[in-house]
Write a protein that binds this ligand. Structure first.
Ligand code: NDP
Length: 480
């Protein structure tokens, strides 16, 4: 019998009411591990453990928090190859992509280790003579953390590390599809020296475990990354709760990459290839809308489709693979349904979009490119979250910018051009949280803010020093 990886509640690793196998999408006969399924009662116990730990942890020395996060960063780095292999097996991104993500998790832990000792306040004179005003930041309390499946170690790291660095306790639920890296990260942090109850892990489905976290008494704030529909429900529940909870949502994208006539063709094709299809297109920052001006359109499409032929789709652990499988059967069905929809809407499928057979049974799909798309089509308006992109032809820069901004989302926006005038205008006028010039829309740094506008984000930014806006609360003290 296989041992199940348990939930972490207080000082113990605890079995769940059931278990769930974690299946490798590159080879569905490969079971990565068997993981506990928690319940609302486990969440209640985890919240109680976190509340009990909070007085001690919130007053712990910054050097203690620094030391724990640094030890965790060192272990993630030392075990990078093992963790990357685990990540590639459970989620399906290639080993190279998984190595990048594990490295990023280590960078995030190290960055927030330093933030723990960098937190300062402000002191100044009051407008009343003889009175001093002091503005300080305090931890928020117990943070509920809910993460999606597409970055199984980086997203948990970029939420858990700042929560701990600023003195909060945590109840964490990873996506049920990919609990292995989440479990490993919690195990590493616990062994790095966290006192009992500071970090709790409850695995299980969103509709039960996730919902229990969002509604539990004793949770002070919820940070969530996932779909818009789930995020909307979480925000409503946080506001309806007693007391109201602070909430941070990172959601989807329908990110435009605008390619102008004066673009360097190779730069534009590389940006589109990476932004649309790497990590199997399963990135909230993926450029699924390629908006291309008339003068370069045909050359761009011809060069891009040729480059797509070189994208080997295969097992995530095969070194020759450039695009891994889709994460699971449900996401594959969504991708295929959108490919059908694109055809019936009148767009032209010029490359890919086919199910592929490989030596191992997996969810293999060739990257799909549509041309003759309009910005009104569902494939241009709705997030697909797979290796599917569409090309929208526009007359000029002005129409391109208007098309780029005509979306319910606003996470990342890119432009490929050699014109300083257009690059500058786009940076200033793109309605997105992040703007890329001559770069893919995906690919961001951990030491600067991450987040978007409109339907993509709600609440303060994540990552970098800006993370403190969510994970701390400001206190203004007057001293007479
Ligand atoms: P979901 O919204 O379905 O799930 C995200 C997380 O929320 C999962 O852990 C899920 O649990 C949980 N959840 C589901 N229902 C509830 C609920 N009622 N209450 C509380 N928690 C719940 O998204 P996916 O995991 O399918 O991720 C894909 C989506 O995430 C895409 O739309 C993508 O754009 C977006 N995303 C956004 C990012 C960003 O930073 N902007 C980054 C990555 C992804 P479980 O799945 O275990 O049931």
């Amino acid at each position: 019998m296989t041992m199940a990886f348990g939930n972490r509640i207080g000082a113990e690793w605890r079995a769940g009411v059931g278990t769930r196998p974690n299946i490798n999408p590159s080879d569905t006969t490969d079971v990565v591990g068997v993981f506990a399924q928690g319940t609302a009662a486990d969440v209640a116990d985890a919240v109680a453990a976190a509340r009990a730990a909070f007085p001690g942890w919130s007053h712990s020395g910054p050097m203690d928090r620094h030391g724990i996060l640094m030890r965790a960063a060192a272990e993630v780095t030392a075990r990078a190859e093992e963790l990357a292999t685990l990540l590639a097996r459970e989620e399906g991104k290639t080993l190279t992509e998984a190595r990048g993500e594990v490295g990023r998790a280590a960078h995030i832990l190290a960055f927030f280790a330093a933030e723990a000792v960098r937190l300062t306040g402000e002191t100044g004179p009051s407008i009343r003579p003889g009175v001093t005003v002091e503005v300080t930041r305090e931890p928020v309390g117990v943070i509920g953390i809910i993460t999606p499946w597409n970055f199984p170690i980086a997203i948990p790291a970029w939420k858990i590390a700042p929560a701990l660095a600023y003195g909060n306790c945590v109840v964490f639920k990873p996506a049920d599809l990919v609990p292995a890296c989440a479990w490993a990260l919690v195990d590493i942090l616990v062994r790095a020296g966290l006192p009992e109850g500071v970090l709790n892990l409850v695995m299980g489905p969103g509709r039960s475990v996730g919902q229990a976290i969002v509604t539990a008494r004793g949770i002070d704030a919820v940070t969530f990354t996932g779909s818009v529909a789930t995020g909307r429900g979480i925000a409503a529940a946080c506001v309806a709760g007693q007391p109201m909870r602070k909430v941070q949502l990172e959601m989807g994208g329908k990110n435009p990459l605008l390619v102008l006539d004066d673009a360097d063709l190779d730069v534009a094709v590389r940006a589109a290839l990476d932004g649309a299809f790497f990590q199997t297109g399963q990135r909230c920052t993926a450029s699924s809308r390629l908006i291309v001006t008339e003068g370069i359109h045909d050359r761009f499409v011809a060069t891009l489709t040729e480059a797509m032929e070189g994208l080997t789709v295969g097992h995530a652990l095969d070194p020759s693979t450039r695009v891994g499988p889709v994460a699971d059967a449900a996401q594959l069905a969504i991708d295929l349904a959108y490919i059908d929809k694109g055809r019936t809407e009148g767009a032209r499928l010029v490359a890919g979009g086919e199910l592929l057979n490989r030596p191992t049974p997996g969810h293999y799909l060739s990257p799909a490119l549509f041309t003759e798309a309009t910005n009104a089509m569902a494939i241009a308006r709705e997030e697909i979250f797979g290796p599917v992109a569409c090309v929208i032809r526009v007359r000029d820069y002005d129409e391109g910018l208007a098309t780029a901004n005509d979306t319910d989302f606003g996470l990342s926006a890119g432009i490929c051009t050699t014109s300083l005038k257009h690059a500058t205008h786009f940076r200033r006028n793109a309605e997105a949280g992040m703007v890329m010039v001559n770069l893919p829309t995906a690919g961001v740094d951990p030491h600067v803010p991450f987040g978007g506008r409109k339907g993509s984000s709600h609440g303060p930014r994540e990552q970098g020093s800006h993370a403190r806006e969510f994970y701390t609360t400001v206190k203004t003290g007057y001293v007479g």
